[in-house]
Design a protein around this ligand. Structure first.
Ligand code: AMP
Length: 279
């Protein structure tokens, strides 16, 4: 049985990919920050289904964390991750060190413009520059035919699609629906930060989203009224934002229409959680 390749350096990835391309096989790519859960694994499954070879990267990207964010305490468990990926029959895992991705003289940043400054970008300045910079590098290293991104991080998905379009990258971005726990909480590596009471309250985020959708479908066509109605379901400590936006441009809607997207970011204790659904 073929075992999974694990590469820590870029030459190792390039040699692997060169060999694959010589065989005219297609490459699917799933970039992650590790601490894998079923959400990540649904991206892997989709890649396995659509592509000949599946590559997963594990890299906690320091450039997408703000100075006061959780970079150093972000959960990590490489051994467990590798076990899950091996079990899923992933072909190659790229898990570079920080110096491999950002050598001392590294200085380029990718900024895709206004889309990166709204919603998450307004609360996490520079976050999407960090995301776009690392994803561009990973794309150039892995040279995938298709790359898989979760709708869980909806703005990120739209930004990566724009990046690929603007820079004419020859990669197809495949969106994958959000995987949820039984009570509706979107799976996230950050859920491990929640204590029992916080975890219970976190399920109110999805109930809020469903209630908002229900009120829209019930005939309320005003964003403020939809949010006001649904907010009774929400049991969190603080709301960073709740917006209904156009699903492509992410422009705010005061009178939403079908297929718009409702996005929410909240804090429960010291944990920040995001979620979204189609309205
Ligand atoms: P992360 O490791 O958090 O950077 O996520 C890596 C990829 O997995 C991103 O494309 C995420 O959008 C995706 N992802 C994270 N959580 C979920 C989820 N619950 N369902 C589907 N995809 C997810």
């Amino acid at each position: 049985m073929k075992t999974m390749d694990v590469c820590k350096d870029i030459n190792c990835v390039r040699a692997f990919i060169k060999n694959i391309k010589q065989q005219f096989k297609t490459v699917g790519f799933v970039p992650t920050m590790g601490y894998l859960h079923e959400g990540h694994m649904s991206l892997v499954k989709a890649s396995k289904k659509m592509c000949d070879i599946t590559v997963v990267s594990i890299f906690v990207n320091p450039k997408q964390f703000g100075p006061k964010e959780d970079y150093s305490k972000y959960p990590r468990n490489l051994e467990r991750d590798l076990g899950l990926l091996e079990e899923a029959k992933v072909d190659m895992v790229f898990m570079p060190d920080i110096d491999t991705i950002y050598p001392e003289d590294f200085s380029t940043t990718i900024n895709i413009g206004p889309l990166a400054n709204v919603l998450e970008g307004a609360f996490r300045p520079g976050h999407f520059d960090g995301v776009c910079t690392v994803v561009t590098k990973l794309f150039n290293i892995v040279k995938p035919d298709k790359a898989f991104f979760g709708e869980k991080d909806y703005q990120q998905l739209k930004i990566i699609q724009k990046l690929v379009k603007d820079l004419n990258l020859d990669i197809e971005i495949i969106p994958i629906p959000t995987k949820r726990e039984e009570d509706g909480l979107a799976m996230s590596s950050r859920n491990t930060y929640l204590n029992q009471d916080e975890r219970r309250r976190a399920s109110s985020i999805y109930r809020f989203l469903l209630k908002a959708k229900e009120s829209f479908e019930g005939g309320i066509k005003d964003t403020d009224k939809i949010i006001e109605y649904a907010k009774a379901a929400l049991d969190v400590d603080a709301v960073d934002y709740i917006k209904i936006v156009d699903k492509e441009t992410l422009e705010e809607k005061t009178t939403p229409s079908k297929y718009d997207r409702i996005l929410i970011a909240v804090r429960i204790g010291s944990t920040r959680l995001i979620d979204n659904i189609e309205i």
